[in-house]
Each structure stands twice: as structure tokens, then as C-alpha cells.
Design a protein around this ligand. Structure first.
Ligand code: MTE
Ligand code: MO
Length: 522
């Protein structure tokens, strides 16, 4: 028995309307659970968790920071296809179609439950969404499948009742829009406390202030960013599809695990009552390609982690401590493992509360994150920190380690040409070639530049602001007409020259010299 094409179209439209109703109901429910549990976000996050490292690298390369938007649109498109399919099926077999709609909700719930740190409540929004979608779809298709007239020939397709279908469709879409909007508003209301807690936070002055940034650290070459990166321009890399907004008043940090003789539970006030250290640290991402943008430099304010760990009774492995890995966990379940030895070796490994003189922005980990000079972010810089657990590298693999990244990853020496830009067309004569170089905790001792494979020329370095930050550099180039390739390489504070060999970001950071091709016009 074939349904009329009009019924097929109505089924598809009904399926989409049912999906919209489901999303709206889920949004409303998520406002009472947490925003991360809404189905599109939960499924997107579950996809991120399961994406092989190589595919993720490709996505970040192709879409940059829009990768999250692309992902959410992809999930929405898949849902739309499923919804239309469920609607078309429902016109012929209402129960099967509605069951499919409900099953999509169960799938969303499973995705939400699979996230690290998820609890049973995270399943509720998707389940509510599936139920709402199934219900709305049932109402819509029963309108399409008007009761068969008694005299009707068996097997004949039935015309749909356009009027009641249209009316129901309008009501369903309208009610869903209202419910979805209410959910959004309620969700925003739910994070109002967090927003206020950040606005009200007054950071105490540092007991150990950082020396002022040397005047000559910033060479002020047009085309090179400022020495300290404003928080608003600071790169952001994380798996969070919605930025966690933590209420500072409710925040707690638990420190426990192997070798901890005095477990600690700290409030933000406890943390702020300790002497605060201010320190300039350049943070970079292991996913940064040679020449890439995922690096930034900030003035951090925080509590030295080593002192806190010592208070909890922790000894580093070199002093007989049983734990060699410190696992930081964030409120969204991210886990990041850092060597205990590194954190306690005297460097300014911080539990940071401030960034460039203000509380951390929500996107950068408010209220508290870790920052450890010399390590890539994925092994050191946990945002929205809530737990520190001492264990061993043998016993536990953190989030990215389970996805084929290295357990330990000190920052590799890198240098980048920021100006001229690739394929720039400068005029002949003096062209300022300039950029940044970094080798956190080892420092940068030299940067060299060459044109067209010629002899290396030493660039002028900006003043060093300690060993934990990048250094700017500049080299005046006498450009002659034609196409030219510029290359840069840095030497770290221990005399090791940045290797030429090109290697990708997996498993522990890219290597190779950055080069830029320009054509100097005649
Ligand atoms: N909770 C949480 N913390 C995280 C991440 C994350 O995904 N979730 N990403 C890490 C990575 S890979 C990097 S490079 C840094 C980036 O910090 P930023 O976004 O403040 O620049 O945060 C680290 N901390
Ligand atoms: Mo990263």
C-alpha cells in the first residue's frame, strides 16, 4: 500500500517539526540539569570523545576555531535526516515511526551518559526530547491518516486532512519555540550566579609580584602581536561545546591520592588567603602546527602548586614519593596528567586565579586553572579545575593519552614569522621580518633568519622576560624584486638549535622550521 507523495512530504515535515519539539523540550529540561546535557551538545561532545586523533587534527586544521560550530551543524543535519525519515515512516506505520523518534532520544541520552563525569540526570533532557518528539509526531500523523471511510476500497491511499495537519503543525512549532526560548532563558538564569561571582571577585595583590615586563620585550613591529596577549585574543583550545560557568562560591578543590597524608578540600577563599605568586608564562598547544596560532603569553596570578602539594604530604618521586603523576580533573570531566617531579622542581607551576590582572575569563577556566611553564597545555593547563589526584603514569591514562597523544610532553622549541604574511607583496628595499620564538622554561638565546636558503643571519631579540615566556625578534631584510622564501630557527637557552626535520603534531608536538614565501614587486 503506497502512500500518496503528499503524505510522504507531510511525513517529512511532521518529522522535522517533531524533532524541533524534541529539541525544545530537551532544552527546557537541560536548564534544570546542566547545559552540557542538551542533546546536540551531548552528541557533539560524544563524537569529539570518539574522534580519532588524526581526524581531529584535520578538523582543527581545516576549520580552526570554527570546528565546534561545524560539528554542531553536522550533528543537527544528521538529526534532521533521521527526523524526516521517522516522519515518513510514521505516515505508513505510526508506531514504528514514533518508536524511531523516541529511539533517537535514547541515543542522545546514551551519548550524554558516555561523557566523562556524567551522572544519570544527564540522560533526562534527551529522554524528555525523545518522548516529546514521539508524542508530537503521533499527533501529526494521525491527522494525516484521517480515519478510513467505511466505503473505502481496501489498499487505497487516503488523502490527508490538510486543515487539521496544518493547524497541529503550527501549534506544535509555536509551542516548541516558546518552550525552547524558556529553556534558554532559564539556562542563562542558572549561570547568573556564576557571572555575578566573577564580577564580584576581587583578586588580592600578589605576595610575590612579577617584575615589570622589560621595556624592550615588546619590539612593536607592525604585524607582530603585543608581548602580553590580551585575554580576549588568547587562543582557546578545549573540548567544551558550551563553556562551563562555575559559581565561585560553590567551587571546591579536592587534593587526594597516593602519598597524600593530609587530603585537602579548598574553597576559593582558602586559596586566595594564601600568598599569591605572579608570573609571566607563555602557554601553547600541542596541536599547534609549525607557524600556527595556538600560543599566547599572559601574566598569571595564582598559588604555587608545589607548596600546596607539600602541605598535603606529597613528596616528588626523587624524594621517595609513590606518585609520579598528578591528574587534574575539570568540572566537565576533562583529565590532564602532569609529572609530579616537574610541578615540584622549583618552577612556578600555578593554580591560577588571575590572567593579565583580572579574574580568569570563563573561557580560560574560571575560577581556577593550572598553568605549568614548559609543558603543552594538554599535559598541564587544566581549566575549570576541581580535583587533583596523585597516582602513577603506569596506573592511569588521562583523556588525550587514551586518544594516542603522549603521556608526557615538554614544549618543543619553536619560532614563527608573523610578518611579512605568506604571499605578501612587499615593495623592494628594507622589509622588517619579525615574529616570536618560544622554548618555555629553557628560554630563547638566539633566533636566525635566512632568505632563499642563503646564510643564516642573526635576528635582534626583544628583552627576555624570564625563561618561561616567548621572545619577539626582528630582522631587517633588504628585499629585491622576485619571489623569496624566508625561514626562521631558534636556539634555546641551553644551546640546542630547533630541529629542521618536519614532524606533525601527533604524538607530542610538531617540529620543523617555519617558512614564508613572499613576492617582492618590481
Ligand atoms: N577542562 C579543560 N581544560 C583544558 C582543555 C580542555 O579541553 N578542557 N584543553 C587543554 C589544552 S589542549 C590547552 S592547549 C589549554 C588551552 O588553554 P586556553 O584555552 O586557555 O588557551 O587548555 C588545556 N586545558
Ligand atoms: Mo592543546
Amino acid at each position: 500500500m503506497a502512500a500518496a507523495p503528499a503524505n510522504t512530504a507531510a511525513g517529512a515535515v511532521g518529522g522535522l517539526a517533531a524533532a524541533f519539539a524534541g529539541l525544545a523540550a530537551a532544552e527546557l529540561a537541560a536548564a534544570f540539569v546542566r547545559p552540557e546535557s542538551a542533546p546536540l551538545t551531548a552528541v557533539g561532545a560524544a563524537v569529539v570523545d570518539r574522534t580519532p586523533a588524526a581526524v581531529k587534527e584535520w578538523a582543527v586544521r581545516s576549520f580552526g576555531t570554527s570546528d565546534k560550530l561545524v560539528l554542531t551543524l553536522g550533528v543537527a543535519a544528521a538529526l534532521a535526516l533521521l527526523a524526516a525519515g521517522a516522519g515518513i515512516l510514521a505516515v505508513r506505520r505510526p508506531r514504528a515511526g514514533c518508536a524511531l523518534a523516541a529511539a533517537v532520544g535514547v541515543l542522545g541520552a546514551a551519548a550524554a551518559l558516555s561523557r566523562p563525569g556524567a551522572g544519570w540526570k544527564d540522560a533526562l533532557p534527551s529522554l524528555a526530547g525523545g518522548a516529546a518528539a514521539a508524542g508530537v509526531l503521533y499527533l501529526l500523523v494521525t491527522a494525516v491518516r484521517r480515519p478510513r471511510p467505511a466505503a473505502g476500497r481496501p489498499g487505497a491511499s487516503r488523502p490527508m486532512d490538510r486543515r487539521s495537519f496544518g493547524r497541529l503543525l503550527a501549534v506544535a512549532v509555536g509551542a516548541s519555540a516558546v518552550a525552547g526560548y524558556a529553556g534558554r532563558r532559564l539556562g542563562a538564569h542558572g549561570s547568573a550566579g556564576a557571572t555575578a561571582s566573577r564580577a564580584d571577585l576581587v583578586l588580592p595583590p600578589p605576595a610575590l609580584p612579577a617584575p615589570p615586563v622589560p621595556a624592550g620585550a615588546d619590539l612593536r613591529v607592525p604585524g607582530v602581536g603585543p608581548f602580553l596577549t590580551p585575554a580576549g585574543d588568547f587562543y582557546r583550545v578545549d573540548t567544551a561545546l558550551v563553556v562551563p560557568r562555575v559559581d565561585a562560591a560553590a567551587w571546591r578543590l579536592v587534593i587526594h591520592g597516593d602519598g597524600v597524608t593530609r587530603p585537602l578540600t579548598l574553597t576559593l577563599a582558602d586559596l586566595l588567603a594564601r600568598p599569591l605568586t605572579e608570573h609571566d608564562i607563555t602557554l601553547c598547544c600541542v596541536s599547534n602546527e609549525v607557524g600556527g596560532p595556538y600560543v599566547g603569553n599572559a601574566r598569571w596570578l595564582g598559588v604555587r602548586l608545589a607548596g600546596l602539594l607539600r602541605e598535603a604530604g606529597v613528596r616528588p618521586p626523587s624524594q621517595g614519593g609513590p606518585a609520579d603523576q598528578l591528574v587534574a580533573r575539570s568540572v566537565d570531566g576533562m583529565t590532564i596528567g602532569t609529572p609530579v617531579e616537574t610541578v615540584m622542581d622549583g618552577r612556578d607551576a600555578l593554580l591560577a586565579v588571575g590572567m593579565n590582572g583580572a579574574p580568569l575569563p570563563f573561557a580560560h577556566g574560571f575560577p581556577v586553572r593550572m598553568v605549568v611553564p614548559g609543558l603543552y597545555g594538554y599535559v598541564s593547563a587544566c581549566k575549570w579545575l576541581t580535583e587533583l589526584r596523585l597516582t602513577t603514569f603506569a596506573a592511569y591514562d588521562a583523556y588525550w593519552v587514551r586518544r594516542s597523544w603522549a603521556q608526557q610532553a615538554p614544549v618543543k622549541t619553536q619560532s614563527r614569522i608573523d610578518t611579512p604574511r605568506p604571499f605578501a607583496r612587499p615593495a623592494p628595499g628594507r622589509v622588517m621580518v619579525a615574529g616570536v620564538a618560544w622554548a618555555q622554561h629553557r628560554g630563547i638565546s638566539r633566533v636566525e633568519v635566512r632568505a632563499d636558503g642563503g646564510p643564516w643571519r642573526e635576528a635582534r631579540l626583544g628583552d627576555a622576560d624570564g625563561d618561561d615566556t616567548w621572545r619577539q625578534w626582528v630582522w631587517p631584510w633588504e628585499a629585491v624584486p622576485g619571489e623569496h622564501t624566508l625561514e626562521v630557527r631558534a636556539t634555546d637557552g641551553r644551546g640546542a638549535v630547533q630541529p629542521q626535520e618536519r614532524r606533525g603534531t601527533l604524538p607530542d608536538g610538531a617540529t620543523g622550521w617555519h617558512s614564508v614565501t613572499v613576492s617582492v614587486h618590481a
